[in-house]
Design a protein around this ligand. Structure first.
Ligand SMILES: [Fe+2]
Length: 446
């Protein structure tokens, strides 16, 4: 059976791994630190895998790897954790073969060992799905307020290489974050499907702090801004003109800043996110695309951008009153009754927004009209172009575009080019030509 050297200074943990490997009939050697490991490696010529910790007194896992790199050619599996983020990068640069984040489960380790040994086992495939994972970048600052995270955290080691450094439910120490920031780490990564949890987390924080009078406005704004930026990372679509994106980002930050001044507005956003993360992402994305399109169309006044992004943020708020199971059903499977219910979200949005003080009338109108269109085929009133608020047409096209481009409960998402292609095929006569042109300009597609 293959021979595995375990290098780990925690006696209890090392014994547990040892027992596990022995139970699978592996030959096991043990070293409590890098120095002893070095002696064992020099003496034995038939070690198949070195499983090593990183932080150990005397000689560290990294130093051991560095030494072994030139002398021996034994694959290393490195046990990592949030506290060894920077060292994980060094281990990767030194050629470590695999990584496993502590704490791990027995079957995960066995699967990784079998993979390293080249034993193709079904078990490995079951544990680590072969689909290409998608990750999204999260600012290090996002982690500051989190005592415990309910998602795995990764670092990026190469263009397509992400290493898990923390398993979910692990605590993150504030001092560590400060240390990484001082070392120049700006981003960590989480899986895309975990993204809503992060957003929800931040919104919960926003809700908590908004109820506490002593928290400064700046702090409230900071949390909401993080949420906004995180959403934009998700709704960012490849090929988008960077300048427009950056402008939209600062404009959206302004709007979010204004929203954070009102507890009622913050409550609205929280409600929306709690009901459906897709709707929340869609709404923030819509706010961004609306401002970008408006800019390309030549609008200059800040009041226009504010109204648009505010209307976009809350246009689907009425959906919070509709059962999620119905909202998530593909449109063609809805019964007549259900379709009516789904379509009622625009009237519900209007009612909710009217009930909140401080929301200007035209913002309510723009939100109310987002499913109307230029050909009189929309709902709820089948209005025609000349009767629509000019800014409603911008929200209409942003809404259609994001429905196709962003991943949702019923669609896989699409590239900007494909999304615009589909939009032109299905809705060309129904959308405003100037808005469409501006949208295409954002992606250099004119
Ligand atoms: Fe809608």
């Amino acid at each position: 059976m293959p021979k595995i050297l375990i290098v780990e200074d925690d006696d209890y943990f090392r014994a547990a791994i040892c027992d596990l490997l022995k139970s699978k009939n592996y030959n096991v050697l043990e070293a409590p630190n890098g120095k002893i490991a070095k002696d064992i490696i020099s003496a034995a010529s038939d070690i198949d895998i070195i499983l090593t910790d990183i932080q150990m007194p005397g000689l560290t896992g990294i130093e051991l790897l560095e030494w072994a790199k030139n002398e021996h050619h034994i694959p290393f599996i490195v046990m990592t954790g949030f506290s060894t983020l920077l060292e994980t990068q060094s281990a990767y640069d030194l050629g470590a073969k695999e990584f496993i984040a502590k704490p791990f489960k027995g079957p995960e380790l066995i699967a990784l060992i079998e993979k390293t040994l080249g034993i193709e086992k079904k078990e490995y495939e079951l544990l680590t799905p072969q689909v290409k994972e998608e990750y999204c970048k999260v600012s290090l600052d996002e982690f500051i307020s989190k005592p415990r995270m309910d998602f795995d955290v990764y670092i990026q080691l190469g263009t397509d290489k992400y290493i898990k450094i923390t398993n979910k439910a692990q605590a993150v120490q504030k001092e560590r974050i400060e240390y990484y920031r001082a070392k120049g780490v700006r981003f960590l990564y989480i899986r895309r499907e975990d993204f809503p949890k992060l957003v929800e987390f931040n919104l919960n924080i926003a809700t908590i702090i908004k109820d506490r009078g002593e928290v400064s406005k700046e702090k409230k704004l900071k949390f909401l801004r993080f949420t906004g930026e995180a959403i934009m990372e998700k709704s960012f679509i490849d090929g988008l003109d960077r300048t427009s994106f950056n402008e939209a980002q600062s404009l959206l930050n302004l709007t979010v800043g204004m929203v954070s001044e009102s507890n009622e507005h913050v409550d609205l956003l929280t409600m929306l996110n709690t009901h459906s993360d897709f709707i929340y992402a869609h709404s923030m994305g819509a706010a961004m695309y609306c401002t970008m399109i408006a800019k390309k169309m030549g609008f200059e006044a800040n009041s226009v951008f504010y109204k648009l992004s505010m209307a976009a943020m809350f246009h689907d708020i009425g959906k919070k009153e509709i059962d999620r199971a119905i909202l998530d059903k593909p449109r063609h499977l809805l019964s007549g009754e259900e379709r009516k219910l789904v379509e009622s979200h625009v009237t519900r949005s209007q009612e909710i927004l009217m009930g909140i003080k401080g929301i200007p009338e035209d913002i309510i109108q723009i939100a109310y009209e987002h499913h109307e269109d230029c050909a009189g085929q929309g709902y709820p009133n089948a209005k025609i172009k000349k009767d629509l608020h000019p800014l409603s047409r911008i929200l209409q096209i942003s809404n259609l575009f994001l429905d196709i481009a962003l991943k949702g409960p019923n669609n896989e998402g699409a590239s900007a080019k494909d999304a615009i292609g589909q939009l032109e095929r299905i809705y060309l006569s129904r959308v405003d030509a100037d808005c469409l042109k501006a949208l295409k300009t954002l992606f250099n597609l004119n």
